[in-house]
Design a protein. Structure first.
Length: 198
């Protein structure tokens, strides 16, 4: 389990920021882990702000909702850049569904962290073809801490790192996950792609 680094309380004048990334496939508990970290910061009376891309409209507009319905209120934004204005005065900035943001995400997170904000971003590291997803690789490169969480392969019970799509759509972004996706291990993912002729 991720343990927060100790930040000296002796000098409140110096705020130290850093970047944490929580990545993995679908059904790996990324959002649950994000919410766990954010709730602990809230209990410590830190100022927490949560952002998600407006594209993710699966659930309530204002909530980061994980699949176990553990919700925290969040602000939908169009561009990563918007976080600089809205999150600059926070102690902690949480980002959900980070893979859907534009390529400016890593730079924005670096700016926030440099100005003393703790940034925690959760997102899919790979798309349904097993390719690195959007701004995630760049964000993982500049992060201090990267936690890869795993799901369980629906086919064989092994550790799953891939999000396999059962639908014929070629769109990279396809929401409404439970019907269309399943978590698969490397072997069963390859097997599935072969059967779909991809
Ligand atoms: Zn498997």
């Amino acid at each position: 389990m991720f343990i927060e680094p100790r930040v000296g309380n002796d000098n409140h004048a110096i705020r130290r920021g850093w970047i944490e990334v929580i990545c993995g496939s679908m059904f790996s508990g990324k959002t649950e882990e994000l919410i766990r970290r954010l709730n602990r910061a809230k209990i410590a009376k830190q100022k927490v702000e949560i952002f998600k891309p407006t594209i993710d409209k699966r659930y309530h507009d204002e909530d980061v909702v994980s699949h176990n319905a553990n919700a925290i209120r969040s602000t939908p934004i169009d561009f990563a850049q918007d976080m600089l204005l809205l999150g600059g005065s926070c102690d902690v900035v949480g980002i959900d569904e980070a893979q859907f943001f534009d390529d400016g995400l890593a730079e924005v997170c670096v700016k926030l962290a440099n100005s003393g904000v703790r940034v925690i971003a959760a997102g899919l590291d790979m798309d349904y073809l097993g390719k690195p997803f959007g701004p995630m690789p760049a964000l993982m490169a500049v992060a201090e801490y990267v936690t890869k969480v795993h799901a369980i392969c629906v086919q064989c019970g092994d550790i799953a790192t891939y999000s396999f799509r059962n639908s014929p759509s070629e769109q990279q972004v396809l929401l409404g996950e439970t019907e269309s996706y399943e978590a698969r291990c490397r072997h069963c993912f390859q097997e599935g792609l072969r059967k779909q002729n991809k």
